[in-house]
Design a binder for this molecule. Sequence first.
Ligand code: HEC
Ligand code: HEC
Ligand code: HEC
Length: 442
Amino acid sequence: MIGRIVAAVAGIGVAGGLGVLAYAWHPAIAPIAPPASTAFSTASVEHGRVLAAGGYCAECHTRRDGHEGAPLAGDYLMATPFGAIYSSNITPDPETGIGRWSQAAFVRAMRQGVSRDGSNLFPAFPFDHFTHMTDGDIADVYAFLMTRPPVHSVKRANTVPFPLNVRLLQGGWKLLFLHPGAYRPDPAHDAQWNRGAYLAEGLSHCGACHTPRNAMGAEKAGAAYDGAPVDNWIAPPLNGTNPTPAVWTEDEFFQYLRYGVAPLHGSAAGPMSPVIHGGLSELPESDVRAIAAYLASLDQATGRQGGDAARLAAAMRTSTRDLTGPQTDPDARLYAGACAACHANTGATPVPGRPELALNNALWLSEPTNLYQVVLRGINAGEGQAGIAMPSFYHALTDADLARLAAYLRRTRTTLPPWTDLERKAAAVRATLPAPPVAASH
Ligand code: HEC
Ligand code: HEC
Ligand code: HEC
């Protein structure tokens, strides 16, 4: 099982004066008789299905630790630095789910992070993004959820300790960090850009993983898309600070977000895979294009493209380095034996299905985390490019081997300073992974 979405966000409550309490206290919204499924139009339910995929609701609302829970029945474990938070049952079960929630109660949860009974929800639920959805889209997600099969399921109790578990204190967090309200189109940009911004900032909450968080678990203002650690991976920067030599253009973004692989930059793995497969893949192509156009404007792709050809050519020249002639460098021999058969490229651009490591952010990020993740786990056929896989080296390579490979690749395929403490970091990533069956190793 691949790493699912575990944005480690508790959101620390901030106590304050009476003003905060006024902000924190909300009345319960009266329960309703569960609406009949005929109360919703087919078009609304279908649109809600697409939106629920694009917001990955099922990723976070389906239990996976221990046993597979029913879809959307909640009890998904989110390990935050402060303790475990379990997601809610959002099937229309009247006792344990949202069966007795009116649409108004649902809208309030999505816009303000408040449960039907009036209690504040933790921002592990990304309502700070969902708040930017339109009324119509929230209503369609409601229609979709209320027409699912009801599942009776009680979630486990959170282990976030006192006083952080006091839901009233979340009011202070919201006062500081929640900017409620539907996205307002920016007239300085065209409709496609605004559509992309609407989806990326709201429903598909890209910043929840790609923007670093402050000590209180909120996304840092002024550091949007600067890249951040998430679930023992690094979500790379998506703005002009993305370090790869080949600029992420609109088309590279589009290919990556649509098919899980960008011709120059490589594949989606780890927590990014479910964002694409079963997530964005359900959205119409024009929506994914819009997100790509929005990101290309954030990373100023057009302005940076000058010099790109030279950097690309330089990277491609390193691809076959040390692979011909006598190999005296033992690290080069390790690479040649373990990796080169599938990764060496001789042309001006990478062969499809043969990611070029010299262009891949696994080598260019500030830490070797993603490189280690990919090499230890491998990439299964459903994660990156559909139907192609990379084997796991969990059993074949020791932490010392991984450290040598990482140092060698960083030294020969990038122009950045060396990584440090490589063997210890390899052991740390390995310790987070279950050992795959021996037969699955290379
Ligand atoms: C990153 C994980 C994550 C994603 C994605 C996510 N949720 Fe949640 N959601 C949670 C968690 C965790 C809670 C429980 C928060 C708490 O207990 O304070 C929650 C709570 C809720 C609640 C409140 C239920 C209650 O009984 O109070 C609703 C409604 C909800 N989510 C709907 C959605 C919808 C709709 C989507 C998709 C558009 C979605 N969630 C996507 C993690 C997530
Ligand atoms: C659950 C966390 C999470 C969410 C949500 C998420 N990402 Fe990612 N993203 C990651 C991680 C982790 C990686 C690194 C994956 C890898 O190395 O294969 C990544 C990689 C990427 C990359 C490749 C960057 C590079 O330089 O290699 C792009 C582009 C990207 N994400 C775009 C997006 C967009 C657009 C969204 C919103 C639609 C999004 N991501 C939402 C975690 C996330
Ligand atoms: C049997 C062929 C094969 C071997 C051997 C192999 N790889 Fe891969 N590797 C792949 C394929 C195929 C992909 C793309 C997978 C996908 O898109 O699903 C990939 C992807 C990658 C990525 C990109 C991941 C991303 O998030 O973009 C990295 C980094 C990588 N491999 C490193 C290595 C290293 C280091 C070695 C040697 C220890 C190695 N590979 C050995 C086939 C291989």
